[in-house]
Write a protein that binds this ligand. Structure first.
Ligand code: 1CP
Length: 350
């Protein structure tokens, strides 16, 4: 059972919107709201590897809180990374500054399955759970726990680093479907175990990041990826916390991502939210979807584009305002602060 929620969380606009309940104002948070766009982040974190920062609960909790204070967003997202579970069991994953996740010995054959033992959260990632516990005590907004979806994490393990075309990943998927399925199932179990532990420690919502699923056709997604993502999302049903399912370039996959078992489907900037709502169906909320690059424009332009997002989301309940992907490092924090105010002031009752 998740811990009982304080009254302030039960009435949170973010959690209510995730459940498609009426709200007084549209809730807003930003993917990658913690990070290099904040001077206080750069000052506190210094130059060390991100995985070291994640392993220090007091520091990770403070990095999680910085954007909540600065922007007045309606939810916090845990300061961690999608590769933390696989790194913690010793698969040999580093997060390299300016690059992203890099794997010393990429996943190539059935022998590599043995390197993916089950995750034991209290043993492998006790620091993540401690960060969640600190935050659950300290914050007045819901904390979003998260995990990488099996496909997106697999893409790093197979390619060995960020990729443009996912050629090796898709080759494995097609040439060794049984091994692919075993890999994705192992990653699904790790994601599920990690998410359940985060909720037990006090997270109030979860997001499954399938950032790179947009590289797949609907047919490939349905056959090779949906079953394992569904295993994670269905495994989270009944915990009482909203499940958000997000990817980039997933316009043609939105219906399938809803089917995989999400309460909220994250939408990037390519599909307007009225169309996204049609694709995910009436029984899901949507999250999104201002283009992150729009936030680099002068304020009047940002405001106009944000109003367009609110208008396209429509008057029905079930909209969480966000960017269509993460905050870009060069974003001026003042723009994001004004954006939160605009969404709160103009995204009225629905
Ligand atoms: O050292 C650093 O500061 C490097 C930048 C950085 C940060 C701040 C990385 C490396 N990870 C993070 C933290 C992080 N990662 C958070 C918590 C902060 C917040 O959101 O406020 C979260 C939720 C993530 C999730 C994550 N990591 C995703 C899914 C979200 C997304 O952006 O699509 C992905 C794909 C990663 C992998 C990753 N980690 C880091 C980078 C630069 C990348 C992407 C690499 C690539 O382009 O493939």
């Amino acid at each position: 059972m998740p811990p009982a929620q304080p009254a302030t969380l039960a009435s949170s606009a973010f959690l209510r919107a995730c459940r498609r309940q009426p709200v007084d104002r549209v809730p807003v948070w930003f993917m990658r709201q913690a990070g290099r766009s904040l001077p206080e982040y750069r000052a506190l974190r210094g130059e060390g590897p991100i995985l070291d920062a994640v392993a220090k609960p007091e520091l990770a909790a403070e990095l999680t809180l910085q954007p909540v204070r600065r922007y007045g967003v309606d939810a916090a997202i845990l300061f961690s990374d999608i590769v933390v579970p696989v790194a913690s069991i010793g698969f040999g994953v580093d997060v390299v500054a300016g690059v992203g996740p890099v794997v010393e010995r990429p996943f190539r054959s059935a022998h590599d399955l043995a390197r993916l033992r089950p995750l034991e959260p209290e043993v492998d990632i006790p620091y993540v759970l401690e960060t969640v516990r600190i935050l659950a005590r300290e914050i007045h907004v819901p904390l979003i726990g998260f995990a990488g979806a099996p496909f997106t994490v697999a893409s790093y393990l197979v390619e060995g680093r960020p990729s443009r075309d996912y050629a090796l990943t898709k080759a494995l998927m097609r040439t060794e479907p049984a091994l692919w399925r075993a890999l994705l199932d192992a990653l699904a179990d790790m994601a599920l175990t990690s998410l359940r532990a985060q909720v037990a420690a006090g997270a109030s919502a979860v997001q499954l990041f399938d950032s790179w699923a947009g590289a797949l056709s609907p047919e490939d997604y349905r056959e090779h990826v949906l079953p394992s993502s569904s295993r994670v999302l269905e495994g989270m049903a009944g915990l009482g916390v909203p499940r958000i399912h997000f990817g980039v370039g997933t316009g043609e996959l939105l219906g399938l991502m809803a089917e995989a078992g999400a309460d909220v489907v994250g939408v990037d900037w390519r599909v307007p939210l009225d169309e996204a709502r049609r694709r995910v169906g009436p029984d899901r909320a949507v999250q999104g979807n201002l283009d992150p690059t729009a936030c680099l424009a002068p304020w009047e332009v940002v405001a106009e584009e944000a109003r367009r997002v609110l208008a396209r989301a429509g008057p029905e309940p079930g909209h969480v305002f966000n960017l269509g992907h993460g905050v870009l490092p060069q974003t001026n924090p003042d723009i994001l602060r004004r954006l939160v105010d605009l969404v709160h002031e103009e995204g009225g009752r629905r």
